[in-house]
Ligand binder design. Structure first.
Ligand code: SF4
Ligand code: SF4
Length: 441
């Protein structure tokens, strides 16, 4: 097998050609304390406090967590619980913006002189996996045994339709990517850097090859333009031929994967001391009047970002955080741009391809396309029968929710949605089983 399989999807990346446009301050900004994988951040401000761009508003709530900084200047209005798209109710800091975007005067580049101070700086940077995963970068790069890292794989495979933020990073921020590489070489002792880019991005391939000529040990691997080429397991195999086995992390195969915008953001923080306060977001979809990439302060309500892009030229049928394959529906336009937000997509009814679900015709396409070799149709049957042992055997827990199976299903079965529910039920069942076993001891 030369490559892990994937599917062809329409790219719709017409925003790739133009440089991102900077957006000013919104009227109000919202900072939910969960914008990363791990423990929620803990607010350190209260109503009435003055904040500036870069002011700490919530500190990391544990080892796997990340601090949150204000992307605006203004006054804290409240610290209350709000409902998130995930269904969780989390503390949220609301800031009334003054429109001045005054930068916090206390910001300064961190003192980085060895591995420990580098990782400590990353902890303070607020940088998390910006490709959408949101895993704290300090935890990912904070490998105890540095000799285990043989390659850093830089993820330039932006395979979700519509999204072009990482493409713009490769075109516009090559120097920062190079600085990120040199930081990892100096403080993590890594000497091999492989950037994976799909062949439908010739401009990025050119820029990165030119960068590779200036940085020892860096090489570009050109990948087929299929979805989900950017999924960690797929990318690691297709760039290094190392297979991450069940229960393993990439580091168990000697690899760390970092998104290209994340790496550039690490370099920016170390150089300037400005933590993560803004995000390049692709605003696109058939309902958007002026599709483009926008650099928006984190916390900006998505409605204000759509307004900045001229609003809607037709009534959107569906609003999404992220792309159409893995995105999450947005129910309320006051929901904010978060650290992991890489796209705001407004789909028309045609684009949303809403078609009635019909019975499974046993065509096997869903199984054929699954990059992980799972059997979605069997998982769906086990889920319908609430058969937890079967779900366990079918390894639904490994499903990365890429949506390939749903996309190819001629019967439009909601396979990925069923997998999400099945994963949650299985987790719950396994936890209860563990509790019972512990009680018996
Ligand atoms: S079963 Fe999961 S991993 Fe496999 S194609 Fe479907 S969503 Fe993707
Ligand atoms: S792709 Fe759809 S119709 Fe075909 S086997 Fe899978 S669930 Fe059934």
């Amino acid at each position: 097998m030369s490559h892990l399989k994937g599917i062809s999807v329409p790219h719709r990346k017409n925003t790739a050609e133009s440089a991102p446009v900077q957006m000013g301050a919104p009227t109000v900004a919202y900072y939910p304390t969960v914008q990363h994988i791990g423990a929620p951040a803990v607010p350190v401000v209260k109503a009435g406090d003055e904040v500036f761009v870069g002011t700490l508003i919530a500190e990391a709530g544990g080892f796997v967590s990340s601090p949150i900084y204000s992307g605006v200047s203004g006054k804290v209005k409240s610290v209350d619980g709000t409902l998130q798209p995930s269904g969780a109710f989390v503390p949220t800091v609301t800031v009334e913006c003054d429109g001045l975007q005054t930068v916090d005067g206390s910001l300064a580049p961190p003192d980085v002189h060895d591995t420990e101070s580098f990782i400590e700086a990353l902890r303070r940077s607020g940088v998390v996996g910006l490709g959408g995963a949101g895993f704290p970068t300090a935890v990912k790069l904070g490998v105890k045994d540095l000799s285990k890292i043989e390659h850093i794989v830089i993820n330039g495979a932006e395979c979700e339709p519509y999204l072009t933020g990482d493409t713009r990073t490769m075109l516009d921020r090559a120097e920062e990517i190079g600085e990120g590489i040199e930081l990892c070489r100096k403080y993590l002792g890594v000497s091999s850097f492989i950037i994976g880019i799909e062949k439908n991005k010739p401009g990025c391939i050119r820029e990165m090859r030119s960068l590779a000529a200036r940085h020892a040990g860096m090489r570009v691997t050109v990948l087929p333009s299929v979805y989900p080429q950017g999924a960690e397991k797929v990318l690691v195999y297709n760039t290094t031929k190392r297979m991450i086995k069940e229960g393993q992390l990439p580091i168990d195969q000697g690899v760390i994967v970092i998104n290209v915008t994340t790496l550039a953001s690490v370099a920016r923080y170390i150089k300037t001391g400005m933590p993560l306060t803004e995000k390049c977001v692709t605003v696109a979809g058939g309902a958007v009047a002026k599709p483009q990439n926008v650099i928006a302060p984190i916390g900006t309500p998505v409605g204000e970002v759509f307004d900045f892009c001229g609003g809607f030229k037709s009534e959107p049928y569906k609003l999404l955080y992220g792309g159409p394959m893995m995105g999450i529906a947005i129910a309320d336009k006051s929901a904010p741009v978060l650290k992991q937000t890489n796209g705001l997509i407004a789909l028309t009814k045609d684009e949303a391809a809403v078609r009635p679900t019909t019975p499974c015709i046993r065509c096997g396409r869903c199984t054929n396309v699954c990059p992980l070799g799972l059997a979605p149709v069997a998982i769906a049957a086990a889920n319908d029968a609430t058969d937890m042992e079967a779900l366990e055997k079918l390894k639904v827990n490994l499903c990365m929710e890429c949506g390939c199976c749903s996309y190819v299903c001629p019967a439009k079965r909601p396979l990925v949605q069923q997998n999400k529910l099945a994963k949650a039920s299985l987790r719950d069942w396994q936890n209860k089983k563990k509790e019972k076993e512990t009680d018996k001891k």
